[in-house]
Design a protein around this ligand. Sequence first.
Ligand code: ZN
Length: 129
Amino acid sequence: MKILDLKTSNRCELMDITSRVAQVVGDKKIKDGICIVFCPHTTAGLTINENADPAVKKDIINHLKKVVPEGNNFLHSEGNSDAHIKASMMGNSLNIIINNGKLVLGTWQGIYFCEFDGPRNRKIYIKVL
Ligand code: ZN
């Protein structure tokens, strides 16, 4: 298993980690397989979405903030329940097909680490099978 260290710089952000995941897959020299990316945090998640127009990730963040606003109308005493909810909405793992040694992604797709309670030092786990 490979661990990647990430450093986020905002409370909410989508960090494009496509090239870093692709590097891990490339280093393994596995021609056909599966890459599992796992987020071990409860206030951050993972998603695959458009990486061509940067407005898309801004729209995703802005809309998530509207749907689940930060605030104190939650029971959880830590005060970051909005971040827990957003993390669950995104999910905490991805399975990506590896074909001919490369991640199979759509033309406009990128892999994003989704920070909802940053800035923080974070980790993701990557397993290539
Ligand atoms: Zn919490």
